[in-house]
Design a protein around this ligand. Structure first.
Ligand SMILES: [Mn+2]
Length: 322
């Protein structure tokens, strides 16, 4: 009997392991009744594994190179898709009847157990190409048959974007049109791209978000957090959603970091945090008229690093969202 249901995430190195720890904690804090599973790659350190064991019900090592099975054969044909094969391994978790996969760069803001009412393959639209789903959050049914077909699809067709999202959209190719129940609302996988592409909608609906997805190259753990001032240091890129980034670090520093410190003991490790006071440096704002700014924005020329930086947008949004 495979009646149990689980949230599943993936950590291929110590950085993503931190993301997984924060995600796991956020699911626990919002009192999920589901099991928590993390798939890890062979490069995750013993200390990180120990902390993951404390947060997750199951920590499963996936070493595709070592497996000697069909996944290994698939990998030999497509070495470029290494991490993708690790992620696809979630279909092999057949001791669960249904699962929700969540990227390690997501953060849960409220209980989302209702996602288990959905069927495979349910996911939210990708903000860059809404006829594709974003593979950062999806509902699936573990099955060795599906797992085998996915590996076969992978080796025959590869991935049009080089990652798992391309493979999964190719495989579940009728997602866009077949069944509207498989379209998760955007609030289950909200990325910051919406702030720049559709600001009024973000103002209208952003406060309802249940899951935030830190898309893009800068991940929450790429920043340095000042524990004295309780803020993320330096220039925060707009795509990192400063208010939510702040929430990620608050959870990390309060609940995850103490566990890491216990595991590392006397050994030094990069906590991502610093204690000294930060030198404040006020940015000089260029003088541009409101009309001129609006025009530039509409032409796609937002001044992301200056006057339209997220810090400034956030100030505006705080007023709207209160
Ligand atoms: Mn992601």
């Amino acid at each position: 009997m495979a009646a149990e249901q689980a949230f599943v995430t993936l950590a291929t190195n110590d950085s993503y392991a931190r993301g997984a720890m924060v995600l796991g904690k956020s699911l626990r804090n919002h009192e999920t009744s589901k099991k928590l599973v993390v798939l890890i790659g062979p490069h995750v350190s013993d200390q990180s594994r120990a902390v993951l064991h404390k947060i997750f019900d199951e920590v499963r090592l996936v070493d595709v190179l070592d497996s000697g099975d069909t996944a290994h054969l698939a990998m030999m044909k497509r070495p470029d898709l290494g991490v993708t094969f690790t992620k696809l391994h979630c279909w092999a978790l057949t001791h669960y009847s249904k699962c929700v996969f969540m990227d390690a760069d997501t953060l849960v803001l409220s209980n989302i157990d209702e996602l288990f009412d959905r069927e495979e393959l349910s996911a939210a639209p990708d903000p860059g190409w809404p006829d594709c789903f974003n593979s950062g959050v999806f509902v699936f049914r573990p099955s060795n048959e599906t797992y085998g077909k996915l590996l076969q699809y992978c080796t025959e067709h590869g991935s049009f974007d080089g990652g798992d999202q391309g493979v999964l959209n190719g495989f579940f190719s009728d997602w866009a049109t077949a069944d509207i129940n498989k379209h998760l609302p955007f609030i289950y996988n909200m990325s910051s791209i919406a702030i720049y592409t559709y600001l009024p909608a973000f103002k209208q609906y952003g406060a309802n978000a249940k899951v935030v997805h830190f898309l893009g190259q800068m991940k929450p753990w790429s920043y340095v957090y000042n524990t004295t001032q309780r803020r993320v240091r330096g220039d925060v890129q707009a795509s990192s959603q400063p208010g939510l980034l702040q929430q990620w670090w608050a959870l990390y520093s309060a609940e995850v970091l103490p566990m890491l410190i216990r595991e590392y003991g006397d050994q030094p490790f990069n906590s991502g945090c610093e204690e000294e006071a930060e030198e404040s440096e006020e940015r000089v704002q260029p003088l541009v008229s409101s009309a001129e700014r609006k025009q530039r924005w509409e032409q796609g020329q937002a001044d992301y690093m200056g006057i339209d930086s997220f810090d400034n947008i956030q100030k505006k949004l705080d007023v709207f969202l209160k």
